[in-house]
Write a protein that binds this ligand. Structure first.
Ligand code: B12
Length: 235
C-alpha cells in the first residue's frame, strides 16, 4: 500500500496573484485546521481570486489527499471528519460568491443525501453550482428519508429532485426513493437526478431516474436540459 501524495493543480500559479501560495491552505485542510482554512479562504477572497479557483486549487488538494488516505485506511473517521469540516468552512465562505442573484429562479431543485448516508461534500458543491446557475435549491441535508423528499417536493412544487449517495450500500435508497415517488402518485411531476461516486448512467437507467450527473457541472447541464422537458403539472 503506497502513501497517497498531494496532487498539485497544474499551472495553479497562473490563476493567482504573483506572490500567492496555496501550500498553507492545502496543509490546513489536510490537518483539519478549521480556523486557518477559513482565514486563508477569506484572504483569497479579499485578493479577488476567483471562487472556482479557490475551490479547485485551494481547497480540494488537501481534501483529496486525506480522502485517498481514508480510502487506503491510513486514516480513520475522526481525521476525515475534521478535514471535511475545514473544507466546509471554506465552502461556506465562497458560497455567496458563487450563488447567483437571479431575479426569477430557473426552477426549484430539492436535493439531499439518501437514507443512511452521511456524506454531504459532493451534494453541497452541486447545490452551490445549481444556485450559481439560477436554481432555487432546497437542500435537505444527509440521511434523508424518502417521505421527507416527497413531502418537500409537494410543499415546494419542486421541478427537480436530486439524490446523492456515496456508499454502495445506500445507492439502493435512490431506487427506493424513486419507487416511493411512484407509489405516492407524484413521480411524473418531477424530474429526478441521481449522483455520487458509486453511481453511473447504467444505475440511473436501472433505478428509473431521469438523469445521472457525474459531477456538479453535469448536474447543472442536466437540470437545465430537463427543465425544457414536459411533465405533469403540480395542482
Ligand atoms: C469524506 C468522506 C467521509 C466523511 C464524510 C463527511 C461529510 N461531511 O461528507 C466521513 C468520515 C463521515 C465518512 C464516513 C464513512 N465513509 Co466515507 N468517504 C469520504 C471520502 C474520503 C470523500 C467523499 C467526498 O466527499 N468526495 C468529494 C465529493 C466532491 O465527491 P462526490 O461526493 O462524489 O460528489 C461529486 C459527484 O459524485 C457529483 N454528485 C454528488 N452528489 C450528487 C447528486 C446529484 C443529484 C448529482 C446530479 C451529482 C452528484 O457531484 C459532486 C461534485 O462534483 C470518500 C473516499 C473518496 N476519496 O472519495 C469516502 C467513502 C465514500 N466512504 C466510504 C465509507 C466506507 C465510509 C464509512 C462506511 C466508513 C466507516 N467504516 O464507518 C462511513 C459511512 C458513514 C455514513 N453512514 O454515511 C467508502 C465507500 C465505499 C463504498 N463504495 O461503499 C469511500 C469510497 C472510502 C473507501 N474507498 O473506502 N466518509
Amino acid at each position: 500500500m503506497s502513501e497517497p501524495e498531494l496532487e498539485i493543480p497544474e499551472n495553479w500559479e497562473s490563476r493567482v496573484p504573483g506572490d500567492w501560495e496555496w501550500q498553507s491552505l492545502w496543509t490546513a485542510v489536510e490537518e483539519g485546521d478549521n480556523d486557518y482554512s477559513g482565514e486563508r479562504v477569506q484572504q483569497a477572497i479579499d485578493a479577488d481570486i476567483d471562487a472556482r479557483v479557490i475551490l479547485d486549487d485551494g481547497l480540494f488538494p488537501g481534501f483529496n489527499l486525506q480522502g485517498n488516505r481514508f480510502s487506503e485506511q491510513l486514516i480513520f473517521i475522526p481525521e476525515m471528519l475534521i478535514t471535511a469540516r475545514a473544507m466546509k468552512t471554506g465552502l461556506a465562505l465562497i458560497r455567496p460568491l458563487l450563488a447567483a442573484a437571479a431575479e426569477k429562479p430557473l426552477g426549484t431543485f430539492v436535493i439531499g443525501t439518501v437514507l443512511g448516508d452521511m456524506h454531504d461534500i459532493g451534494q453541497s458543491i452541486v447545490t452551490i453550482m445549481l444556485e450559481n446557475a439560477g436554481f432555487n435549491v432546497i437542500n435537505l441535508g444527509t440521511d434523508v428519508h424518502p417521505d421527507k423528499f416527497i413531502e418537500t417536493a409537494i410543499a415546494e412544487k419542486a421541478d427537480l429532485i436530486g439524490f446523492s449517495a456515496l456508499l454502495s450500500t445506500t445507492v439502493y435508497y435512490q431506487k427506493v426513493t424513486i419507487d416511493e415517488f411512484k407509489n405516492s402518485g407524484h413521480r411524473d411531476k418531477v424530474h429526478i437526478l441521481i449522483g455520487g461516486a458509486p453511481t453511473s448512467q447504467e444505475w440511473a437507467d436501472e433505478c428509473g431516474a431521469d438523469g445521472w450527473g457525474k459531477d456538479a457541472m453535469a448536474a447543472v447541464i442536466l437540470a437545465r436540459d430537463l427543465m425544457s422537458e414536459s411533465r405533469v403539472a403540480w395542482s
